[in-house]
Design a protein around this ligand. Sequence first.
Ligand SMILES: [Zn+2]
Length: 331
Amino acid sequence: MSDRKFIRNIDGKGPECPVCGHKGGCMISDDGWVVCLRVEKGAIRPIKSGMGWLHQLNGKAATKILSSLGIQRRQPPKLDFVTCAKMQRRFEQNMRECQKELDALSASLHLSSDSLRYFGIGRDLENERWTFPMFDCQQRGIGFRTRYADGRKTCVFGSNVGLFLRPSALNRRGVVYVPEGVTSAAAAMDCGYSSIGRPSAFGGWEMLPVLTALADKAVVCAENEGVKWRGPGQDDEPWWPGMEGALTCARYLAYHRVNTWFLRMPHDIKDMRDWKIKDEPAARSSVNHAEKVTVEWLNAATDRLKRTRELFRRAGRGHFEKVLTSDMVTT
Ligand SMILES: [Zn+2]
């Protein structure tokens, strides 16, 4: 399955292991995996011989570390539809022996196992991780998001980024929620709403118009996962991916004549799953709080975002909730 080669033995002369910081013995591959002999924490699993642990560096860090070692990061060949369909069948078959683990996952996430199954949850036994298929706008599988026991998320090697959805539900009418991530999408399902999950704050929206064209209401959910900072010192300019990504998505859908609505989470709620956990009745009737997206609404929302950003900038780090509850933002 994998043609991964660990091409560089870090043998005491070379650079440090990106995981343990030591110079001897650990290995790195040109696609960003490390076999570290010393550190178990954060590892995906022990290697077969038991002599070390397999780690996966995340995309940007991998590129940076590899280039500092003089290695050009090898980009994986992209998964095709046929391969994805085969993998999905295998991952779903594996679920037969994972009922107990699924129950535990469902309890820890406060999501029903039915909703997780609706989004095609599977099990990659070799790497001991959960898999969720991602789809393109023609509802063909194009990749997999994965989730490890400790909550870490990555993708199956070679995945394209796509939407979390149920392919059979082609003609989505009624209300369709469009939150961020598969667990939020499952939470929306648990609250009685049909849903399609975006892969990230800024991803996937270009595939959505065709999938929501028939919906009576496409409800874009803006998450409150906090503010990020960027700029020369990483703390000059605040930005708010959950809100900014949702606005971009809503603007795009409205432009494509989808009947688009916008749902802001209450200030103390992170996302749909958090809402379901803290106040399920309110989450179940959340569609009543959605606002219709029009040109006027978009202009007002863009102004509000500018004001909010300015408040974040003035308040500095660590005042996310305080800013969200200030009058200038809520009105
Ligand atoms: Zn190491």
